[in-house]
Design a protein around this ligand. Sequence first.
Ligand SMILES: Cc1cc2nc3c(=O)[nH]c(=O)nc-3n(C[C@H](O)[C@H](O)[C@H](O)COP(=O)(O)O)c2cc1C
Length: 496
Amino acid sequence: MTQFNQLEAWVMSTYQRLERLDVPVFDTTIEREVLPLQESYEMAQLKMLSTDLPAECMSISDYLQGKHSVNSTLNDTSAKLSLLFRYLASPMRYEPFNENPVHKAVPSARCMYPLTFIMIVNDNNKPQAYKYCPDFHALQVIDAPFSTDDTHSKNSVSILCIGNIWKAAEKYGEFGHFPCVLESGHAFSQLHLLLGMLDWKATSSDFDIHTGHQFCHSVVDTPLFSVGIDVGENFSSSVEDILNINQLRHVTVRLPTVLENKGLAERFDRLGNMQSIFSAGEFLSPVADSRNNTLENLRVGAKGLLDTLRSRQSGNDRSGMSPVVQNLPTDQLEQILNLFNALRARRGVCAEEELLSFNFAWLADSGAQPGLYDEFGTSLAVDISAQELKQKIQNILPYKMMRYNTSAMTLVCFITTEPLDAIHDLGESAFRNMHISAGAAAQDLSVAAASLGMFSRPVRMMREERVEQALPVKGHVLYQVLCGFNRRHNLTFEVL
Ligand SMILES: Cc1cc2nc3c(=O)[nH]c(=O)nc-3n(C[C@H](O)[C@H](O)[C@H](O)COP(=O)(O)O)c2cc1C
């Protein structure tokens, strides 16, 4: 196995990945066989979550101000649990003519959905685990492969996220961890947003990365984060009762599953080393207390929060995006940035995320002056014309055929960090946790964009060295989000 350390992994993940890493989907020189995943089934006991859910429960402005939902359906905790998983991981839109037809509220590179969510309910020191089954919208009863001890609270609820890297690695090979871990950041942010909306406080989890490893079945399964939930009772009754889990309809089904192809780590030499780097250290620290915002100058206030989450999309138009030119209000960029900052403050940001920098390139001819800005809308002096800026951004697109109409491009956000500072501050956890943090911030930007009717496409596979060469963005580009308005001519059905 090739040996390398965190910093070397950082270098390999830059544009150098094209030469240094074995990634079947980047290899345009030879025909590569991408093995399909093996299909199987298992008999499983499921507890079905209700699909009879409210379409809306509060406006964005009520959410940002920390108000409580008035929707009476949500007095039932099992309905809250159902809503939580629906907007975290269940199929939401079906686009039959799209290259990737199934879409969730949280984006996933090529719609591979490589994350597993496990809820651990610890009742009087008796832990019980439930794996969320998105296709059935149900909780599968699974064994908790550990017992609790003095280090655990007697009663608690946590959501653990595991990255099934093997799902992505057939296509992304030695780069497989990157899209999965970034995606988990989107889920991390969405989970906190949903908890805030449901009036369930996120707390530090009782279960650390070592517990996470015990739920991993493959050598490239990676525990990514765990978030505790304060379900708002004093645990005088059992946690299962508080969550109404025993009231859920119980069924035994033949559950289809996909399995890892054997020999993956042997076929992709650096995958094992990437796994050690991505699974080292400790989970992200808990988020700082979320902040209720005083909302000034926000135009979107009245829009529904759930409606916004359902309308988030990456502008997919079969193989890319097809943006359209819009004449925008003069404060469009200001609105996006205000919302982005307000959403982050409301969900609460963890210490790791503070090590990120954000640069926004505004490209549209209306909505703000074309140019480069920080997240507070301060213009960063760049000595180039609007036309040159657009040209430079166009150059970051990975291939000429990408259907991204740059003349209609609105906004690109570059999320960066300084690897040496991150390693210095976070030690061996830096690599995983900075990628999760970048994904979390990208999710907030996506929600902000959706509330203003824009698509937001998170991208990892761009020519970011061209950004670094051309624009004064600091550090290493971990992730980018492209936002704009698109023509939606794909047939779309809402699921559930
Ligand atoms: C971690 C991650 C990396 C992605 N990288 C790219 C990319 O490099 N290029 C691209 O065109 N889309 C990229 N996407 C966008 C996804 O392909 C898109 O989200 C997916 O098609 C699902 O569509 P939806 O978000 O509209 O549901 C990425 C998404 C994620 C979550």
